[in-house]
Design a protein. Structure first.
Length: 300
């Protein structure tokens, strides 16, 4: 009798060990399935083969949670697409009347009998019309870049030549803002894989940001290493205007919201979008009163 009890106990222990091993295997499978569900392209539910009520209940709750997350993600994506389309439509609708307004203001400026006060009002109106037209164009460009419609045409670009021409074209604006540039290029001509028009748009937006906030001087440097080609703009910034490097390339960010100057705060966000379409990366860092914006193109 005692021997039989021992045998039964051993059998129960073996069954329990087997059950625990199977349970552990199932938990590992659930963990692996949850990890695979992090991939947006993966869309499967968690399944269990062990006939255990608690484990089956856990699996069901996980699947309900996954279904809810997928639904929320689909809703968020639809809302984002709808917002982009709305922004694009509004910007497109604004561009035509703004062009007409600008044209009429230009004609009005040619009138010979404007009073001094009228001329002042006209100058302010033209300035604001230019700012609104630029904002509408920027919003439209952003909506296109955020979609898949603006594909980059990557070619071998002579970066040294493009930068020299860009600086020459921008000389008047740089002088107007009383900035002293320091240019540091490698002795050897630098080539990158890029879309030249997108590259010029990026340079223009970074320069516009620099012209708004730089004090006295700025530095433009180009360097190459195994990680790629780095294009860096550095300039001193007043303490009350120093931006947050972690937020600079987000949509509508301004270091000082009270000093928008008619800007939508999208310039550096568009730089990021353009960089991503060219497989490049953007970043910013601060050191004391110095702000550095870097664009890194992969090695060709």
């Amino acid at each position: 009798m005692k021997t039989a009890a021992i045998i039964v106990l051993l059998i129960l222990c073996i069954v329990l060990v087997i059950y625990l091993v199977i349970m552990k295997i199932q938990l590992r499978q659930i963990e692996a399935e949850l990890h695979r569900n992090l991939d947006p392209a993966y869309n499967r539910q968690v399944t269990v083969t062990l006939l255990d009520r608690s484990l089956s209940s856990l699996s069901a709750e996980i699947n309900r949670s996954l279904d809810t997350q997928r639904r929320l993600k689909r809703d968020a994506e639809r809302a984002e697409r709808s917002l982009r389309q709305s922004v694009s439509d509004i910007a497109h609708d604004l561009r035509t009347p703004m062009t007409v307004i600008k044209g009429n203001l230009q004609l009005l400026a040619q009138e010979e009998h404007l009073s001094e006060r009228g001329a002042e009002y006209l100058a302010v109106s033209r300035e604001k019309a230019d700012a609104l037209k630029e904002m509408a164009d920027t919003f439209f460009e952003m909506s296109v870049l955020e979609s898949d419609d603006a594909a980059a045409q990557l070619t071998q670009v002579n970066l040294t030549k493009v930068l020299m021409q860009f600086l020459a074209d921008s000389e008047a604006a740089i002088r107007l803002h009383h900035l002293e540039p320091e240019i540091v290029f490698p002795e050897k001509t630098v080539h990158i894989k890029a879309d030249e028009q997108m590259l010029l748009r990026m340079l223009g937006n970074v320069l516009n940001n620099l012209l708004k906030y730089a004090k006295g001087s700025f530095r433009l440097s180009v360097s190459q290493d195994d990680s790629g080609c780095t294009l860096a703009f550095s300039n001193p910034v007043a303490a009350d205007q120093m931006p947050d490097p972690a937020l600079m390339f987000t949509r509508s960010y301004r270091a000082d919201a009270s000093r928008s100057g008619g800007s939508a705060g999208l310039g550096l966000y568009i730089v990021r979008l353009l960089a991503e379409k060219q497989n490049a990366k953007v970043s910013a860092e601060t050191a004391g009163d110095l702000l550095t914006i870097s664009i890194v193109f992969p090695q060709t």
